[in-house]
Design a protein around this ligand. Structure first.
Ligand code: ITT
Length: 193
């Protein structure tokens, strides 16, 4: 089996990567197996931050490492919270963060938003980045208990359910992380890893 280390401290991301990579025959490892410190995410883009996280773990373990940087960008808020999605309203839970975002959009005519995911892969051959985007809009109420983070307020384009109301396989089929993961898998398969 091929080993791959998921360089994230977010257990929800680990779960989504396991759901997608294990059926493809990968032995998925995560940071709970090693001592590590989260690097400072001081990049200006999702791709830069993903590379910062993957590099830290690759240099530490030598194992093929992937990291993702992802987030929700809302047009009415000029792209916020964007690369700051995890740090937005730090210290508050997502029920509160989601309520605040709905409130900030109460007078918005444009509710469009998108989730972006950049996956950085580092292996002996070098550094690669794979990106995925899920377009949609911000709902007027919080709905659903699946997924995590901002899923309960995100309506994927053409759907009347939030991404927290989708089953895991339904979300993975269309999500930013699902799309980026399929590009990653295509690369890994082509490389015969
Ligand atoms: P790592 O840096 O350790 O991977 P993190 O949660 O801090 O974990 P990010 O910096 O990439 O990760 O922040 C991404 C945030 O964007 C995440 O915490 C959620 O708030 C949000 N997010 C990303 N993907 C999401 C998804 O599929 N559904 C809901 N919210 C998501």
């Amino acid at each position: 089996m091929k080993d791959i280390m998921i360089a994230t401290s977010n257990p929800n991301k680990v779960r989504e990567y396991r759901e997608m990579l294990e059926p493809m025959g990968y032995a998925v490892h995560d940071l709970s197996e090693i001592e590590h410190e989260d690097p400072e995410e001081n990049g200006k883009t999702f791709a830069e931050n993903a590379l910062i996280k993957a590099r830290a773990v690759y240099h530490h373990t030598g194992m093929t490492a992937i990291a993702d940087d992802s987030g929700l960008s809302i047009d009415h808020l000029k792209g916020q919270p964007g690369i700051h999605s995890a740090r937005y309203l730090a210290g508050h839970d997502y029920t509160y963060k989601n309520k605040m975002l709905i409130r900030r959009l109460r007078n918005a005519t444009d509710r469009s938003a998108r989730f972006t995911c950049a996956i950085a892969l580092i292996d002996q051959k070098g550094e690669h980045v794979f990106e995925g985007v899920m377009e949609g809009s911000i709902s007027r109420e919080i709905r659903g208990d699946h997924g995590f983070g901002y899923d309960p307020i995100f309506l994927p384009e053409g759907m009347n359910r939030t991404s927290a109301e989708l089953l895991p396989e339904e979300k993975n089929a269309i999500s930013h992380r699902g799309q980026a993961t399929r590009k990653l898998l295509a690369y890994l398969q082509e490389e015969g890893k």
